[in-house]
Design a protein around this ligand. Sequence first.
Ligand code: AQP
Length: 333
Amino acid sequence: MSRIFSGIQSTGNLHLGNYLGAVRNWVQLQDDYECIFCVVDMHAITVWQDPAALKASTREVAAAMIASGVDAKKHIIFNQSQVSGHAELAWIFNCVARLGWLNRMTQFKDKAGKNKENASVGLYAYPNLMAADILLYKATHVPVGEDQKQHLELARDIAAKFNHDYGVEDFFPQPEPMIFGAATRVMSLKDGTKKMSKSDPSELSRITMTDDADTIAKKIRKAKTDTEPLPETKDGMEGRPEVSNLLGIYAALSDVSLEDTIAKFAGKGFGDFKKDLADVAVEKLGPIQDEMRRLMDDQAYVDSVLRDGAERARAISEPILAEIKDTVGFLRP
Ligand code: AQP
């Protein structure tokens, strides 16, 4: 059975984009793949995290995975820092990846912004750690949102260069991105050209997995739109990024095609549409949020899932890491 690895950072504000672009797809894949799902807390600290908030976010992301339907007994859920192999392989990959490759990463440019000199070295080397996350388990498939495509390509380049430099053809597989679903790129509710993101300063830009029904309805009511009625065809979405985004969210949440969603609301005004969108969001997210809240109150249980997952992750990765160290020429005890 092919192996999946995917992760989410514990940076707080887990949002609808993380759910539709990642977690919901994971749930659909778990019958056909062996899955390793990771709360990537080491990635999170590439930008400053308050230590207590980081612990809470790690538990929140794990709770969201479980509440969304990831089977933690059949598959693995753990937090990255509990398996030291991630850091060890990332160092080796720091020595395989080229500066020129990292310089092309658009996410670093976006996140570092104008103050690049003041960004952490970790933020710059983030894609090498991500490659290590995947290849430490020789994972073959990586379900992600569209924003991670470039990092996945880098992981493939690192795998190929390692195999070539050390003369170990096919040692690391070429991990395949799996970008699918009706909402591979959920955009901000306030600006349809920017992706919905945890770090957007505006709370109104995202629906989070902890928003209650009233908050969800308020954010959708306040979502940016335009003055035209809803489009009658797909072509009518052209040049209307906010409208396209809201229609895409509706289609994804209600599990109908974009075409059918457009047909349903064609020519209508935004008042009715936003009300229906809020209803479907509350209906779909509500039960997950209730279960998340229950799990968040049972910290001991969530911690035990992460501990057990880390143990099973180590059992898979330790023999692979031992082989990597032999290949590189490290003496082992
Ligand atoms: N807007 C999005 N639409 C679809 N998928 C998304 N993902 C993130 N944002 C969207 C997918 O969620 C998974 C986990 O993402 P992450 O938390 O590891 O990091 P990120 O992509 O950096 O998330 P954010 O919200 O953008 O965080 P900040 O603001 O801290 O940078 C990934 O599979 C990602 O594709």
